[in-house]
Design a protein around this ligand. Sequence first.
Ligand code: 5GP
Length: 108
Amino acid sequence: MFCRIVAGEIPATIVKRTDGALAFKDLSPQAPTHLLVIPTTHVGSLNDAKDGKMLGDLLSFAREVAREAGIATKGYRVVLNTNPDGGQTVFHLHLHVLGGRAMQWPPG
Ligand code: 5GP
């Protein structure tokens, strides 16, 4: 499904794009700022990710997106759910970037 957002086939509020990554607003935000960061090529989950550089670039991109969203100084959370027990519901690798409020721990 997120491949269709990359292709522009379904609408999304895109906040930043590079050749390899895309950041857009989550449809069902769980915090005042809730962005999703995805690779533009299809990778199903963290278990399927073979390219360590892509993973590092994705994390750097998430950090940049958090800074640009104005949540870096106060703090934010990056979440990567993997497979059903991890809470993954969309099988295109994505990082959640959450901020704008204090987060709870444990995450549930
Ligand atoms: P997961 O549960 O796989 O870690 O996260 C999937 C996330 O994608 C959820 O937070 C959900 O709200 C979001 N989501 C699902 N479908 C869409 C969509 O079509 N557009 C956007 N922007 N977000 C979506």
